[in-house]
Design a protein around this ligand. Structure first.
Ligand code: CP
Length: 308
């Protein structure tokens, strides 16, 4: 199966064959980043615009690096220094950027559905780089690639996703991605952070970190999204960490070759200890490396190679 979409808005929309095609393309393009000269002319003459209405280190930088490695021109809208501060609407900002004729616009926004809103209004492609608490599709794709590299497969694995599921677009995209490819997904967290619809997405739900970790092939820890919470989700960080912070002792229940993932940014000592984050089971930095490869693959598939 090929990937011939104008936009990438979520993993929920994708067929398993499309996901595999993106992962296979990323696996091939990853080699470019190991060369002494990390650049190919594939997207010469194409323009990629990033528009981030929320902070980002990994996603924005890796999209920019991915575009540059494929020789595309990149432009970044610095929202705080843009005319959005003078009251310009999201739609007007995006339509003005589109008038400069980029091939693709990559956006992160605190409102769930914002990229979908723009995708309906713009002729250029739109990639969702994280919308509110809804989806973060490129994070899930890089996570799938990392697991497939480490384990050689996705199907049949037990994937434990632990933490603030309610506010996590990463969790939602990964539940869609891993279940579509045949993994068993178990989510765990405090009851206040486990929304009621998770089972309808295909995930199993537990309130116990120990139970989620038992026999897990993959443990994915999530950051508490304090910026999206009121006061009612947890009593103290210390109590949260005592129940849902991953330490070395928890790994005894997991498979011997378990891998530890985290989308970043880490809150060390809250959801994950430094011994685990920096330890031999951690693939956290491999995830970041694979983020470049997956984003190169998407840009290539959406505005280069196959589209043409
Ligand atoms: N994983 C992730 O989205 O990180 P950033 O917020 O730094 O982009």
């Amino acid at each position: 199966m090929e990937f011939r979409r104008k936009d990438l808005l979520g993993i929920a929309d994708l067929e398993p064959g499309e996901i595999f095609h993106i992962l296979d393309t990323a696996a091939v393009l990853k080699e470019i980043s190991t060369r002494p000269i990390k650049k190919v002319p594939t997207l010469r003459g194409k323009t990629v615009v990033t528009m981030f209405y929320e902070p980002s280190t990994r996603t924005r930088m890796s999209f920019e690096i991915a575009a540059k490695r494929l020789s595309a021109d990149t432009l970044n809208l610095t929202v705080a220094a843009s005319s959005a501060t003078k009251g310009e609407t999201l739609s007007d900002t995006a339509q003005n950027l589109e008038a400069m004729q980029p091939e693709i616009l990559i956006m992160r926004h605190p409102t769930s559905g914002a990229p979908h809103y723009l995708a309906r209004r713009l002729r250029c492609g739109v990639i969702n780089a994280g919308d509110g608490i809804h989806e973060h599709p490129t994070q899930a794709l890089l996570d799938l690639l990392t697991v497939r590299e480490a384990k050689g497969r996705i199907e049949g694995l037990k994937v434990a996703i632990i933490g603030d599921i309610a506010h996590s677009r990463v969790a939602r995209s990964n539940i869609h991605g891993f279940t579509k490819l045949g993994a068993r997904v178990v989510v765990a967290g405090p009851p206040t952070m486990l929304p009621p619809y998770l089972e309808t997405l295909g995930a199993e739900v537990t309130f116990s970190l120990t139970e989620a970790v038992k026999d897990a092939d993959v443990i994915m820890m999530l950051r508490l999204q304090l910026e999206r919470m009121g006061q009612m989700y947890l009593s103290t960080l210390r109590e949260y960490s005592a129940h849902f912070g991953l330490g070395l002792r928890h790994l005894e229940g997991a498979k011997d070759d378990v891998i530890i993932m985290h989308p970043g940014p880490l809150n060390r000592g809250v959801e994950i200890s430094s011994e685990v984050a920096d330890g031999p089971y951690s693939v956290i930095l491999q995830q970041v490396t694979n983020g470049v490869a997956v984003r190169m693959a998407l840009l290539y598939l959406m505005i280069g190679g196959e589209k043409e």
